[in-house]
Ligand binder design. Structure first.
Ligand SMILES: [Mg+2]
Length: 133
């Protein structure tokens, strides 16, 4: 049984708590943090399969956050969720290592599908890694 653990990173209380409520309702194990820095502290203690991150945040933004994750981790699914994905070049988001990008306000179905796909892809990546040993 694969782990259904998700980390949500967003500097706005409203968005963070809304995502938490939604993901819990969908039956996932979810943790929320308000910054990229807090996310790294969390990830040092606990592994997750999917990270859903806001793009515009003070200190470290979502793009820098993803780039930093990818320095050591090519397995975790990283999804951008922002009201301003249009401010970012899609190719650039892919280039820094995002697996997907979604726009706020979001439809529950869209989130649900992206997460299901994310877990499937995570499982594939984990299997490939396990088989290489
Ligand atoms: Mg923000």
């Amino acid at each position: 049984m694969m782990e259904k653990r998700i980390l949500v990173v967003d500097d706005e209380d409203f968005h963070r708590e809304l995502m938490q409520k939604l993901l819990l309702k969908l039956g996932y194990d979810v943790a929320i943090v308000d910054s990229a820095e807090a996310a790294f502290s969390h990830l040092a203690k606990e592994k997750v399969s999917i990270i859903i991150t806001d793009l515009i945040m003070l200190e470290m933004d979502g793009v820098e956050f993803c780039r930093k994750i990818r320095e050591t981790d090519n397995k975790t699914i990283v999804i951008a969720l922002s009201g301003h994905t249009d401010l970012y070049d899609v190719d650039k988001l892919k280039e820094v290592g995002f697996d997907n990008h979604l726009t706020k306000p979001f439809k529950i179905e869209v989130i649900k599908e992206a997460i299901q796909e994310g877990f499937e892809e995570f499982r594939r990546r984990t299997e490939i890694q396990n088989n290489s040993f």
